[in-house]
Design a protein. Structure first.
Length: 211
């Protein structure tokens, strides 16, 4: 298999591509114990703890002192505070392609309630797009990629029903926030239909689970 979803939900996110690329690090180190020795790079998206678990990042940096971390500028200081050596951090610019020999990386601008990005991961024979925690994918194309890891946080009808049920106790803040910060399955499906090829594979990421 070309990818492993360690976790993808509001309590933790971590995905491994071809055993060597970890995207997001929002799980415990124990969840990564079987995989971390093969990693070549960790790609980070934003500061929320379900994507950026400081204790796990600190442990990765300790156990793998030469492991590379890549992020946009908003995560440089948090990584330094986790004890990651500055020489091991690549600060990326949105839309720029970075060549790591075995693969190339392109950060994508996304729209959340904090600075956020997604990633294109490009091997010679395999193309992946990863986009979660965003209210829109407007302006982004990814024609005929092999794998689409795209947020499908909620169904519109399901969200409306949850709001109705919670109105009596006024506990529906998450549902209103979701519309402004997360992609629905309908939006994700529209993007997939516009971009997928005949042999493409997709996974709805970061699906909301009621606690």
């Amino acid at each position: 298999m070309n990818y492993k979803i360690i976790s993808s939900c509001s309590t933790g996110n971590a995905i491994i591509i071809r055993d060597i690329i970890l995207i997001d690090c929002g799980v415990t180190f124990k969840r990564l114990e079987k995989y971390y020795k093969k990693l070549k790079i960790v790609l980070l998206t934003h500061i929320h703890t379900d994507h950026f678990k400081k204790a796990t990042i600190r442990k990765l940096a300790q156990e793998r002192p030469t492991l590379r971390f890549a992020c946009c500028e908003w995560l440089l200081q948090p990584l330094l505070e986790c004890g990651v050596d500055r020489r091991n951090i690549d600060v990326l610019q949105i839309g720029t392609k970075y060549d790591y020999r075995l693969f190339k990386i392109v950060p994508i601008k996304l729209y959340h309630d904090v600075p956020q990005c997604g990633y294109r991961v490009l091997f010679d024979d395999y193309k992946v797009i990863y986009a979660t925690d965003t209210r829109t994918l407007e302006g982004i194309t990814a024609k005929n990629y092999d794998l689409y890891l795209i947020e499908g946080n909620y169904e519109d009808e399901e969200l409306e029903e949850r709001i109705r049920k919670k109105q009596e106790v006024q506990q529906y803040c998450y549902e209103y926030r979701a519309r402004q910060t997360h992609l629905s399955k309908g939006q994700a499906s529209d993007f997939l239909l516009e971009n997928m090829g005949d042999n493409s594979e997709y996974v709805f990421m970061h699906e909301h689970v009621e606690r």
